[in-house]
Design a binder for this molecule. Structure first.
Ligand code: SF4
Length: 297
């Protein structure tokens, strides 16, 4: 049985990730003598992190001190997920030139959450509280108001939160950029039943929506969907969850992991491939090539 393998058009780096990776490499090329670090992993992909390391671009996880670097003023890159404004200010105060590569779509969510908090809304951020993008949105809004909460599912709206929402006059909702629309909709429906005035900003980014819709369409005509990308990546994991409701879906980080699913691959005639926003092109190509080889074996 000859297999048909179709790669989704919008698979791999989104514009926010592409901009962050390209700009960081360019910065190093233009500032060869200056130390450059990135606050947190630039993207969820170990190959890319290793490549940056080999270029002399360090990944750090704690507030950098200028003294721990060379004498020349260091550059600290803020990744596409963003960082709390107070943290950015601390880095600059510690003597670094800050290059802020927060994705413009993430910036919009941060601004919206701050506006809502300043306008006296009870702010609900739909997303994962431990995700760096959500942590930064939450921290910036909390600098303006105590009434800021993060909710990742309807189940997290417990009795305590319900009574706070009922007390609040106005509720404002924003979403992590890579959320699933169905999750946002079900949380909004729950909040709507509890609140008197509800304002919702669907801040799921256009790139995520396009990728999810296109992959769903492909999944409808596929016996198997292969999602390529890090298990740490929120948008890749969401993609796999969404597609598993449409057809058989596997989530792998690279072509080697395909071996575990050889039976599923052998049994499928039409295979769709998609990838998260932080998956480099060469990894996607390696997966597609390996799938093609199943036709020859
Ligand atoms: S997934 Fe969307 S918000 Fe996140 S970096 Fe990419 S374009 Fe920006």
């Amino acid at each position: 049985m000859k297999k048909t393998i179709i790669l989704a058009r919008h698979a791999g780096f989104c514009y926010g990730v592409k901009r962050a990776v390209e700009t960081t490499k360019k910065l190093k090329a233009e500032n060869t003598h200056r130390p450059i670090c990135v606050m947190g992993e630039l993207i969820h992909n170990s190959d890319v992190i290793n490549e940056l390391e080999s270029l002399g671009i360090k990944t750090i996880f704690e507030m950098p001190e200028q003294s721990s670097f060379q004498e020349e003023c260091g550059i600290c890159v803020i990744r596409s997920h963003g960082l709390a404004q107070t943290e950015i200010e601390k880095i600059a105060k510690n003597g670094f030139e800050v290059v802020d590569l927060t994705c413009p779509d993430v910036k919009k969510v941060q601004q919206k959450a701050v506006e809502l908090a300043k306008d006296g809304y009870f702010v609900v951020i739909v997303g994962k509280s431990e995700h760096p993008e959500v942590m930064a949105i939450c921290a910036n809004a909390k600098a303006c108001s105590d009434s800021v909460y993060v909710v990742s599912s309807v189940d997290e709206i417990d009795e305590q939160l319900k009574s706070k929402i009922k007390e609040a006059k106005r509720i404002g909702v924003v979403s992590q950029t890579t959320q699933r629309i169905k999750n946002l909709q079900s949380i909004v429906a729950e909040l709507n039943a509890l609140s008197r005035e509800l304002v919702v900003f669907n801040t799921i980014c256009a790139s995520t929506t396009l990728r999810q819709n296109e992959a769903c369409e492909l999944a409808q005509h596929s016996d198997l969907m292969v999602v390529v990308g890090s298990k740490k990546s929120a948008n890749t994991t969401h993609l796999a969850q969404i597609l598993s409701n449409v057809t058989k879906t596997i989530h792998i980080e690279n072509e080697n992991e395909l071996d575990e699913f050889a039976d599923l691959v052998n049994a499928a005639e039409k295979i769709g491939v998609t990838a998260g926003a932080s998956t480099p092109q060469n990894i996607i190509e390696a997966v597609v090539n390996k799938l093609e080889r199943y036709n020859k074996s």
